[in-house]
Design a protein around this ligand. Structure first.
Ligand code: GLA
Length: 795
């Protein structure tokens, strides 16, 4: 009885508090809409100056400081994605607490007098695992992602409802800070499907009400493909782009539309094995200045990038290019929340557009500390601590074992093998290490399209182990349906007495090694590190390393120097800190001080390759640009291209100006290799730059380039990362650039994977005004032969 009176009182109190909450909100209701040539806030012209921030990428105790830093720049809005997979790690198990407390983040924006643009996907791209989609969708193998697939749409609907439960009452018409909500994300880079985009629009209307302003964003080159008549259209483009050109088509179609660049890219993201990306501050600022002087709204993506904690970094495609842990993005506010020269320059420029108001004060930033080197004392070696296996005749993916992240070991026995047997793994996603009877044989790195490996002569019954580590799922393009582990099969090809036989390996024992703190902490038996000495390769065993380090004074931010370690993941005091990989460019991991404590701190490192020394130190600066690879050039020493005797199948002057240029071959031609030459007539020292190329088929449609490889490029400018892969990365804002060496002609050779019929070519010059560094003319030759000879270097 007593208890029911208490609960009734508590319920009444809750209702009263909620009502009070609602009343405060109601007092400040407003209206945000598209007016003639401008947005209107409560009927007055309003330029959106938005800073893009992603709350799960920032430690929660720092949210307020980061929002204040954006405000101090002179921004008036925070633009944010909602990452579905961070909120629903298992179907129907929603988490909006801690790092995931979307409502609290939106409230903090409001408390700082910042408006909010909400981008709830369901797909977001964002260099985030699978573009924000939960991996468990793939347990339904035949699912069609981002399409009107009943299962997909049902799951999207539940997620969107959950988001609305959190922030549906925080739209501006209800007194909250949310002025606009985005429908899907750059659908034009995925396909053409207005009915699907319309279904997402309807869901948002159902959840957020009829009064909320909805918009969709795309690129200037494709926004009409999926543009719905009743939505606002905004454009995404990067630093340096020709702004008038970017809006010219929109202005033609909708002369009265407010103009907004909904993602103006301040920098770019980094991939493992590629140089750190930067974009010049002056170009970024000139673009923003130009937009503001023309009354164009923008969101600066990213104003502060933050971190892909744990296993959340995604991967780019075509091909497979996993993103690093840092999402620094060369943004004005660094990954660890420091001001940068870009920040101060930008603040100066935005000061001109404050309508007489003063910019807010820049909040104090955190001073990073260094932590003296500390040694790990114990390790639980991977191979001696495997859990119970599951048995399967055929290969199954990680998802089929109900595992989303981490590593997976496939074990079987080999038939008797002569030397020269070829092991083919179709396909290992993403980094496989092969062992025979416990001896390491080699690796297959998906980044390089590696699938085959020679294995030594073996006795019947020898044990084959394939240890596969999953990295981020692809977040861009059609390849987002990215299964992990081994996706198809494993075969052995043996040539014996003139016969070739192919054996599809069966009867697998499978060991799941999920990426979870609890799994690592109780990984099995930990041994003192002194028990082990380094192997012939100089490495200590693969496995989980456990250690502690002490912080004497007040904890503060630091950068964990992982340069002694191989490849894996780090946890500190139970927090997932992120992936490391010795190849770089990132060598340190950002360790926020708010997750450290005075005195003893626990650290776990799972290294699937093995460290050279089990030691870590905390640095007071970040090492984001230390590549430890021979280089990223698409040309090996001694490569020589022999095409001067070949007659081009297409030869044309290059038309001037921005935008896609189209070329048709006089007659279609078949072949596996495309030799594309860009010529400069008069100046051999002139650089040549191109943003994208496409080869077209007989119906003038671009041939998908997912499986193409660039096998040769005369020259590539690695300063600023303008390597030849940028020609087919499907990103219009990035570009390949030659080094400007002594050459009238620059050739790039594409391996299309198989013979294709080519009908034409499309070329997109750089997006900057007047398309700088465009070639004068182009030649295309297609054939089945590889005209590259390799003279081994003399050393
Ligand atoms: C697109 C996407 C973003 C992000 C950027 C590149 O604009 O919409 O999510 O992936 O590219 O950083």
């Amino acid at each position: 009885m007593k208890r029911s009176i208490i609960s009734a009182c508590l319920a009444l109190l809750a209702v009263t508090l909620n009502a009070a909450d609602a009343r405060t909100d109601q007092a400040a209701t407003g209206k945000f809409e598209a007016g003639k040539g401008t947005f209107l806030l409560d009927g007055q012209p309003y330029i959106v100056k938005a800073a893009e921030l992603h709350y799960p990428r920032i430690p929660r105790p720092y949210w307020d400081q980061r929002i204040k830093m954006c405000k101090a720049l002179g921004m008036n809005t925070i633009c944010l994605y909602v990452f579905w997979n961070a909120h629903e790690s298992e179907p129907d198990k929603f988490d909006f607490t801690g790092q995931n407390d979307l409502r609290e983040f939106v409230r903090l924006c409001q408390a700082n007098d910042m408006k909010v643009i909400l981008r709830p996907g369901p797909y977001v791209c964002a260099e985030w695992e699978m573009g924000g989609l939960p991996w468990w969708l793939l347990k339904n193998k035949d699912i069609c992602l981002r399409e009107d697939d009943p299962y997909f749409m049902d799951r999207v609907d539940r997620f969107q409802q959950a988001v609305a439960t959190q922030v549906g009452d925080l739209t501006i018409d209800k007194g909250g800070p949310i002025i606009m909500v985005q429908v899907e994300n750059e659908y034009g880079s995925y396909g053409i499907n207005k009915p699907y985009v319309a279904l997402i629009r309807d869901m948002l209307r159902k959840n957020f009400g009829e009064d909320v302003t909805l918009f969709q964003c795309d690129w200037a080159s494709n926004f009409t493909d999926n543009g719905l008549d009743d939505l606002i259209w905004t454009m995404n483009f990067g630093t340096g782009a020709d702004i008038d050109q970017q809006f010219s088509r929109l202005k033609e179609l909708r002369p009265d539309s407010p103009l907004m660049c909904s993602e103006y890219w301040s920098g770019w993201f980094d991939k493992w094995g590629g140089a750190h990306e930067t974009r010049p501050a002056d170009q970024m600022i000139a673009g923003l200045d130009e937009m503001l002087s023309k009354g164009i709204s923008f969101s600066l993506y990213m104003t502060h990038g933050g971190t892909n904690w744990g296993h959340w970094a995604g991967a780019n495609s075509p091909g497979y290019a996993p993103d690093v842990t840092s999402y620094d993005y060369d943004a004005p506010i660094s990954e660890s929340g420091q001001t940068t020269p870009k920040y101060w320059e930008l603040r100066k420029t935005l000061a001109k557009y404050m309508d007489g108001r003063k910019q807010a004060k820049v909040p104090a930033t955190i001073k990073p500390i260094s932590i003296p080197a500390f040694d790990f004392t114990e390790v639980a070696p991977l191979f001696s601590n495997l859990s119970d296996p599951k048995s399967n005749t055929d290969i199954k993916t990680m998802e089929e074992y109900d595992q989303g992240f981490g590593s997976i070991l496939y074990r079987t026995t080999l038939p008797e093998l002569p030397s020269g047997a070829l092991l083919t793994v179709n396909e290992a996603h993403d980094f496989a290490q092969i062992f025979v009877d416990g001896k390491y044989i080699g690796k297959l790195d998906r980044r390089n399209g590696e699938k085959e490996l020679m294995i030594p002569a073996s006795k019947k019954g020898a044990q084959l182990d394939i240890l596969v580590e999953a990295m981020g799922r692809i977040n861009f393009g059609r390849a987002i349906k990215d299964f992990k582990g081994i996706t198809d099969n494993v075969t052995l090809t043996v040539k014996d007495d003139g016969h070739t036989w192919v054996n599809n390996l069966k009867n697998w024992q499978v060991y799941n090694i999920p990426d979870e703190y609890d799994a690592y902490v109780s990984f099995g038996e930990f041994f003192p590190l002194g028990t082990f000495s380094a192997g012939d390769d100089g490495r200590l065993p693969r496995g989980v390393y456990r250690g502690t380090f002490n912080i004497k004074g007040k904890p503060s931010d630091t950068f964990l120097d992982m340069s002694n370690w191989g490849k894996g993941l780090v946890y500190v005091n139970g927090h997932p800190i992120g992936r490391f990989w010795e190849i770089g460019p990132q060598q340190t991991l950002y360790m926020p001080g708010c997750w450290l404590r005075k005195g003893e701190n626990e650290i776990l490192v799972f290294d699937i390759v093995g460290p050279r020394k089990a030691t870590i130190q905390g640095l007071d600066k970040h090492l984001l640009n230390e590549l430890r690879l021979p280089g990223q050039l698409h040309r090996s020493e001694g490569d020589s291209l022999c095409i001067s005797m070949l007659t081009p199948d297409l030869s044309s002057p290059m038309p001037e100006g921005n935008g896609w240029k189209e070329f048709r071959m006089p007659t279609p031609k078949q072949g596996r290799y495309a030799y594309l030459s860009f010529c400069t007539m008069n100046d051999p020292k002139r650089k040549i730059s191109i943003s994208e190329i496409q080869l077209t088929d007989s119906s003038d449609k671009p041939i998908p380039c997912d499986t193409w490889r660039i096998i040769y490029a005369d020259s590539e400018d690695t300063n600023g990362n303008h390597t030849a892969d940028k020609l087919i990365d499907l990103q219009e804002s990035t570009y390949w650039s030659s080094t400007g060496q002594n050459a009238y002609r620059q050739t790039v050779v594409f391996d299309l994977g198989s013979k294709r019929e080519i009908n034409g070519l499309r070329i997109l010059p750089r997006m900057e005004p007047a398309a700088p560094e465009a070639p004068d003319s182009i030649n295309l030759h297609v054939d089945d032969k590889l005209h590259i000879s390799n003279t081994p270097s003399r050393q």
